[in-house]
Design a binder for this molecule. Structure first.
Ligand code: AMP
Ligand code: GLY
Length: 424
């Protein structure tokens, strides 16, 4: 069969790699893709938000199955466009992708259905938000309602910061229309865990857990980024925590969406915080995490097409989802300066060192080919270097070793990805 993947990051490269392993797949296309994805798929120069063009491409080229990796097109309704044209597609429809697309929606859903999360209020008027802050406990968390590249969350230590935050989000519109509405919520403390799952509308199957490192600098300092590295599984995600989440969070979320007439099919990503009072939902995403996918998918034993097709067809209860009994670590190689200003177009060398090395992966995030055919940097997050190991320590050592195989000017990485496992 022919498969089209929509997106262009490290997550889509990891998805493409899993799809390439499927014995059922003859040809992979990726729109728009990147230089690494181009090594295993044919990249098509159509942007992820060009739904009609993508659907026409799928029809004209006999695509049997489309996988949408990114949040923007999902929240924008790409799945509805494909379905209306009779095309088979993996991902939630617009009315379900709102689980990620609106933080106010997801908070109200959790409140209505008793799913544990931080207490909160929603606002659509800055004056009301400012008045509320006067008597609120600090620190406090401000969230722009809509999609903001993972950056629409402000943690404010005092009233002045919080007031400035409301101004940034609702008046200066730092995150654009995402800031028309806002959630103000209780500040929680604890370890964070990312749990990805496959969902077919009724049944949910949980993938192996992971942990991201969102801050740019070692020791969780610096600005928030899309994610600087991940490990899987999380040693802090114990059997007890898993049992609690299965009972109080996962199935409840799927059932709540169905009860609201918003049947969810695709991937739900649960961003959890393990607080003293138990696990609570920080956020939902309607897609694989990036770079969570880069440590979870290489450990998945199933044929990804079988699992995704079962989600679309509503037969996920028949799938036995299995993961390897090992670990993986991903270290992101970024352009120095990310998430602020950085240079692009630097030549990347050393990828050939990965050839034939089992359990090592060089996932491309922001890369392109220049006019000489060389692979060059083309984004803030450039590559995701993933390695497996028999346990997390071995995987971490392997991944950091492999980061040395790659060179480019202004290469930047965190040196403490997975350091937390020493405390487990
Ligand atoms: P989100 O995009 O909602 O996952 O938020 C981004 C990051 O902000 C999370 O990964 C947490 O580190 C932090 N965060 C979000 N909400 C809270 C909260 N209620 N309390 C503490 N930290 C939070
Ligand atoms: N790594 C976090 C995310 O994909 O949102």
């Amino acid at each position: 069969m022919k498969v089209l993947i929509v997106g262009s990051g490290g997550r889509e490269h990891a998805i493409a790699m899993s799809v390439a392993k499927s014995s059922r797949v003859d040809k992979i296309y990726c729109a728009p893709g990147n230089a690494g994805i181009g090594q295993i798929a044919e990249c098509v120069p159509i942007k992820a938000m060009e739904f009609e063009k993508l659907a026409s491409f799928a029809k004209d080229n006999g695509i049997d199955f489309t996988i949408v990796g990114m949040d923007d097109p999902l929240v924008g309704g790409i799945v509805d466009v494909f379905e209306s044209q009779g095309l088979k597609v993996f991902g939630p429809r617009k009315n379900a992708a709102i689980l990620e697309g609106s933080k106010a929606f997801s908070k109200d859903l959790m409140k209505k259905y008793g799913i544990p999360t931080a207490s909160y209020e929603t606002f659509d008027d800055p004056a009301a938000a400012l008045a509320y802050l006067e008597s609120a406990k600090m620190p406090i968390v401000l969230k722009a309602d809509g999609l903001a590249l993972g950056k629409g969350v402000l943690i404010c230590n005092n009233l002045e910061e919080a007031k400035a935050g409301v101004k940034e989000i609702m008046e200066d519109k730092k995150f654009g229309d995402a800031g028309n509405h806002m959630v103000i919520e209780e500040f929680m403390t604890g370890r964070e865990v990312s749990v990805l799952s496959f969902v077919d509308g009724k049944t949910i199957k949980i993938m192996s857990s992971a942990q991201d490192h969102k801050r740019a600098k070692d020791g969780d300092e610096g600005l928030n980024t899309g994610g600087m590295g991940t490990f899987s599984p999380s040693p802090f995600y114990t059997k007890e925590i898993d049992a609690f989440c299965r009972e109080q969070i996962y199935q409840k979320t799927v059932d709540a969406m169905a009860a609201e007439g918003r049947e969810f099919k695709g991937v739900i990503f649960f961003g959890l915080m393990l607080t003293k009072e138990g696990p609570k939902v920080l956020e939902y995403n309607a897609r694989f995490g990036d770079p969570e996918a880069q440590v979870v998918l290489p450990r998945m034993k199933n044929d990804i097409i079988d699992v995704m097709e079962a989600c679309v067809e509503g037969t996920l209860d028949k799938v036995d989802l299995q993961f390897e009994d090992n670990a993986a670590v991903c270290v992101v190689l970024a352009s120095d300066g990310y998430p602020l200003a950085y240079e692009k177009g630097k030549v990347i060398t050393g990828e050939e060192n990965f050839a034939g090395k089992d359990g090592y992966y060089c996932f491309h995030a922001g890369t392109a080919l220049n006019d000489k055919g060389q692979i060059v940097t083309n984004g803030g997050r450039v590559l995701g270097i993933t390695a497996k190991g028999k346990d997390l320590k071995e995987a971490r050592a392997n991944a950091y070793n492999a980061t040395e195989w790659i060179s480019f000017e202004n290469k930047y990485m965190r040196h403490d990805i997975g350091k937390a496992i020493d405390e487990a």
